[in-house]
Design a protein around this ligand. Structure first.
Ligand code: ADP
Ligand code: MG
Length: 867
């Protein structure tokens, strides 16, 4: 463990270190009540941290409403009803607590003259300000733990030395001999009436967490800075009222730790609030006298009251202070009552007074500039030089801003209209000052010695005195008995009266007794010494035991601190891991969510795909069905139209052939006439072919037989018996045919019945008949018997040559006869009787039938038709 050297204030830490914790300058605002003579109030407290400045009526009129209502925010605003006690609890107490815990503090009041700076800092009887309250709190807290006077001694270089008890005692005696009157007033009553009862006893308070294993000493100093000169207000310079000499100003110096201090400034050790008050009062009186003597204005000077607290740990016994300068810690609290911040013009000063005022102003200007530059450097990372040296005030407090400490500023404001402009300037500066940050003071290292030393020592002392008292009481009771015993144990002294000059017995006897007594005494002394030595060695043994115990305890403590460190490390590691796991969990969460989303997407897409596939399938099958239907329709239509074409062609051909036949007939008749006239003998009239006669005979029948062509191989005549003759027939009846209850049915014995013609059947027969059904024009089904001869082809197959067609048809006798092709044919039948033409037409019909209805692939088409 290292101890810091005694210094004031403590050495600034490494400024640039990024891990230095910083606090902003704490700026508070206090509004004083409006004076009785003042009417208009320009300051309004909006909240407990914000005030609003209203421009006075006159100003508004003059500046044409240019002045807005401005708001300023501070750490806290204290309204007119704030008591000194409340203010102290908020602002002063933390600073005093810091002071006790070896941390530096700076508190200053800022504002225009009459705004209540002095009232806030010093206060008035019954309403003590921050200064007396701070002292009171300090002494109430450290009171019983204060070191004896002169144990701590300032070394004139801003350091603190420690004196031995003896030196301190000597110095105390020296001082007492020099002073006739005792310095420390025994009670508050003895204090100067002006400063008596600053704080009522019921308002007294104290800090709780004071290290009682330390010894404390308080030193106060009081300086005034006027016209940029520093004057020591506590200096014991003889003052000549007749010929006053101007006081000697002091210089600022830098100590070995680069802290600024007023060289040669009196630092008075004080042991109680009252004593400290008295010293302060002494300085105050001196200030007042000097001001009147030198015709100065007190509002133009800055006053700095510094409370310095030196502390050092008690030794292991808890009995005395450790005699080690390195273990002394010094902290200080500066209470500054700044000069009024108003502009020179307002004071209507002249000549040297004006110059002085200018200087005072200059110092406040410098303070503002320093704060501005500091703020700029901190906010924008610039490295501008802060002009601390331009004035004594800023130079003196340089270390607070550069080093470490707690800085607090109370901005006092008088709400009266006259102060409006100055107050707004003050507010602007104060608001800006809040943006400056000061390094937070670090905690003092813990002392290696076991805590509670003072307590144990006290308990030991109490116990010792109690025992001594007990012992003393019993000693008094036992003493005569012990003495008597002792005396009795000694040989009695014989009678030693010499009556006879020749007595040579008495003296030798006496000598012998005395010698024996001397011997016994020596023995007792020896025994005592022995016992003492024994006791001493026992004590030493005990001491060494205690020493080893202590070292053991120290070891254990250091181990504990090591373990503590390990625990701390592990804790931070755990923290880190926990944080990491949290972030990971968060990431996992996000990923899980994303996965869920994707899966949902996937599912919906799959669903969509399936429905689309189904739809596609449906559409496909629909299309196929449609295709089939269309194909069927196309085939039907094609068939229909081809038939129609065929029919028309046939009709036309028949018509033409008939015409041809008629012409032929006429020609024959003409020829016959010619020959008849030539041969004069009668000749037979040309007859219609026999076929015609057959036809005429069959005319009455319902069944109409197709006329056969005359030319071979077509039979010239048609007989029904042909179909039932002795030849073997292939009876081709397509499976689509319906069984009709027509009376006339062909009878084909020995016929091979087939639904589709095959080569096997054809090879066995010579004749072929096809039963072909179709819808007639009158809606009745007619069956046609298409007959042919089977003959062998050169390639080894069979071919059918059609020779005849018979039509079997039912007719409704009541139904009107439609003008069909057949009727037309019958109409002309009587006149057109050429079987040749007829056969042709039948063949054409047969081709049609085979091609479109029976699908007989083996049947030759074109060549047969030509025949
Ligand atoms: P400054 O030091 O700023 O010039 P002072 O502290 O001397 O001003 O105050 C001027 C007058 O106003 C004094 O008489 C003081 O008692 C009075 N005063 C200032 N502040 C208050 C306050 N908060 N409450 C009551 N009186 C106040
Ligand atoms: Mg004042």
């Amino acid at each position: 463990v290292t101890f810091r050297k005694g210094k004031t204030p403590r050495r600034p830490g490494p400024k640039k270190g990024s891990n230095v914790e910083k606090d902003p300058v704490g700026v508070y605002c206090r509004i004083r009540p409006l004076g009785t003579e003042d009417q208009e109030c320009c300051v309004e407290m909006i909240s407990n941290s914000t005030i609003q400045l209203h421009a006075p009526d006159g100003l508004k009129a003059n500046r044409n409403g240019e002045f807005k209502e401005m708001q300023y925010s501070f750490k806290k605003v204290f309204g007119i009803n704030t008591t000194q006690m409340e203010l102290f609890e908020d602002i002063g107490r933390p600073l005093v607590e810091d002071l006790i815990h070896s941390k530096n503090g700076l508190l200053f009041t800022y504002g225009v003259t009459g705004s209540g700076k002095t009232y806030t800092m010093t206060g008035s009887p019954g309403e003590g300000g921050l200064l007396p309250r701070s002292l009171d709190l300090l002494f109430n807290s450290i009171g019983p733990f204060q070191a004896k006077r002169f144990v701590f001694k300032p070394d004139d270089k801003n350091g603190m030395e420690i004196q031995s008890q003896v030196d301190a005692l000597l110095e105390r005696q020296k001082r007492d001999s020099q002073q006739s009157v005792p310095r420390t007033p025994s009670s508050r009553l003895k204090a100067d009436p002006e400063f008596a009862d600053m704080i009522s006893p019921e308002e007294a308070c104290k800090c709780d967490n004071v290290d009682d294993d330390c010894c404390y000493s308080v030193f106060v100093s009081y300086i005034e800075i006027y016209n940029n000169y520093i004057y020591d207000l506590l200096e014991d310079a003889p003052f000549d009222p007749i010929r006053p000499k101007p006081p000697q100003s002091k210089l600022l110096r830098e100590d070995q730790n680069h802290n600024m201090y007023v060289a040669g400034c009196m630092e008075v050790e004080v042991k109680s609030t009252e004593e400290a008050f008295e010293v302060f009062w002494k300085g105050q009186k001196k200030r007042r006298i000097a001001n009147t003597q030198l015709n100065r204005e007190s509002s133009r000077s800055h006053s700095v009251f510094t409370v310095k607290l030196a502390q050092a740990p008690l030794d292991a016994d808890g009995d005395h202070i450790l005699q080690d300068k390195n273990q002394v810690t010094v902290s200080q609290l500066c209470l500054v009552d700044l000069a009024g911040s108003e502009r020179t013009s307002r004071t209507r000063a002249e000549g040297s007074r004006l110059r002085e005022a200018g200087n005072i102003n200059q110092s406040l200007m410098t303070l503002r500039t320093c704060i501005e530059v500091l703020r700029e450097n901190q906010m924008y990372g610039t490295n501008k030089m802060v002009p601390y040296r331009d004035s004594k005030v800023t130079h003196l407090f340089k270390n607070y801003f550069d080093g470490e400490g707690k800085v607090r500023m109370i901005v006092c404001v008088n709400p009266k209209a006259d102060d409006y402009e100055e107050s707004s300037l003050v507010m602007r500066f104060a608001e800006m000052a809040q943006e400056v940050e000061v390094a937070r003071p670090v905690d003092r290292p813990i002392c290696a010695l076991a805590a509670g030393r003072r307590h144990r020592n006290q308990a030991f002392r109490d116990e010792l005195s109690r025992r001594l008292e007990e012992r003393g009481n019993s000693n008094n009771a036992e003493d005569p008995g012990l003495l008597n015993q002792l005396i009795e144990s000694l040989p009695p002294i014989p009678r030693c009266e010499l009556v006879d000059p020749a007595d040579d017995q008495t003296l030798p006897n006496l000598i012998e007794v005395l010698e024996r007594r001397h011997h016994i005494r020596q023995m007792i002394t020896e025994q005592f010494n022995q016992t003492a030595n024994m006791l001493r060695s026992k004590l030493q043994q005990f001491d060494s035991q205690i020493g080893t115990r202590e070292t053991f305890i120290q070891n254990q403590q250091s181990k504990i601190s090591e373990k503590d460190k390990v625990i701390l490390n592990q804790r931070s590691e755990i923290d880190r891991l926990e944080k990491k796991s949290k972030t990971l969990e968060y990431k996992i969460d996000i990923l899980q969510k994303t996965t869920d989303m994707y899966e949902q997407d996937k599912r919906s897409l799959q669903l969509e795909l399936e429905t689309r596939e189904q739809r596609l399938q449906k559409e496909l099958s629909e299309r196929r069905r449609m295709e089939q239907r269309m194909q069927g329709m196309v085939t039907d239509t094609k068939l229909k139209w081809e038939k129609e074409c065929e029919r028309r062609v046939n009709a036309k051909q028949l018509e033409m052939q008939n015409k041809l036949w008629v012409k032929d007939e006429k020609l024959k008749q003409l020829k016959a006439i010619v020959t008849e006239s030539n041969s004069s003998c009668s000749a037979e009239r040309p007859q219609r072919p026999s076929r015609e006669r057959d036809r005429d005979r069959n005319m009455g029948q319902k069944r109409s037989a197709s006329p056969s062509p005359v030319t071979p191989p077509v039979r010239p005549t048609h007989r029904r018996s042909h179909s039932c003759g002795g030849e073997k027939w292939v009876d081709h009846k397509p499976s689509t045919n319906l069984d009709l209850d027509t009376v006339m049915q062909p009878i084909l014995p020995n016929a091979i019945k087939v639904s589709t013609p095959n080569e096997k059947a054809l090879s066995k027969c010579h004749k072929y008949v096809l039963r072909h059904q179709e819808l007639a024009s009158d809606g009745e089904i007619e069956t046609k018997l298409i007959k042919g001869d089977v003959f062998k082809t050169r390639g080894g197959g069979q071919a059918v040559q059609f020779t005849d067609i018979e039509t079997l048809k039912q007719e409704n006798p009541t139904a009107p006869r439609s003008q069909s092709l057949e009727d037309e044919w019958r109409g002309t039948e009587s006149t057109l009787k050429s079987s040749v033409k007829f056969t042709l037409s039948v063949l054409v019909l047969v081709q049609c039938v085979f091609c479109w209805c029976c699908h007989l692939p083996t049947l030759p088409k074109e060549p047969k038709l030509v025949q």
